[in-house]
Design a protein around this ligand. Structure first.
Ligand code: C5P
Ligand code: MG
Length: 157
């Protein structure tokens, strides 16, 4: 059986923060996500997408933003935790593919696509061609925020 999952996340952009997407830091970005954790919207949306395949809550359950332990958390730890949860609930599952969209007006992310996809594929144990990430601007409608939406397909025995 194939299960679909979908997740979404958004954060405000502020100066003095690194812009981290899929565990990859965008060098030279003038602003990054204002967040309790590292603000990696792509990993947050991906983690929620994975949890939604099985209907087992969302990342706020295990990583509430109010908890001081998660200040400046590297969001790759969130993904690791969620992958462990999936394995506990459905041993033998396999992630089929990941499809994500990042909405950001600036900087241009096209030159970083391969690095972002590589970083995600490595964390998921998937070949790069199963991790597709596209980019959109907000056409100036939301210049101060970064958003990600991710869909996943999970094959379960
Ligand atoms: O203007 P629009 O949102 O349609 O732009 C889409 C194009 O711009 C796509 O080719 C997309 O990959 C690229 N883009 C980008 N970096 C962004 C936003 C969009 O490279 N931050
Ligand atoms: Mg977030």
């Amino acid at each position: 059986m194939i299960l679909v999952g979908h997740g979404l996340d958004a954060h405000r952009l502020v100066a003095g923060r690194a812009l981290v997407l899929g565990g990859h830091t965008i060098d030279g970005a003038p602003r990054g996500a204002e967040a309790h954790s590292d603000g990696d919207v792509l990993l947050h949306a991906l983690a929620d997408a994975l949890l939604s395949t099985l209907g087992i809550g969302d990342i706020g359950d295990a990583f509430p933003p109010s908890d001081p332990r998660w200040r400046d958390l590297d969001s790759r730890a969130i993904l690791t935790h969620v992958l462990e949860q999936l394995e506990t609930h459905v041993p033998g599952h396999a992630l089929t593919n990941v499809a994500g969209v990042i909405v950001l007006d600036a900087p241009r992310l096209g030159p970083h696509r391969a690095a972002i996809q590589d970083a995600l594929a490595g964390q998921l144990g998937l070949p790069c061609e199963r991790v597709g990430i596209t980019f959109k601007t907000s056409e100036g409608l939301a210049p101060d925020h970064v958003q990600a939406s991710v869909t996943v397909l999970l094959s379960v025995p």
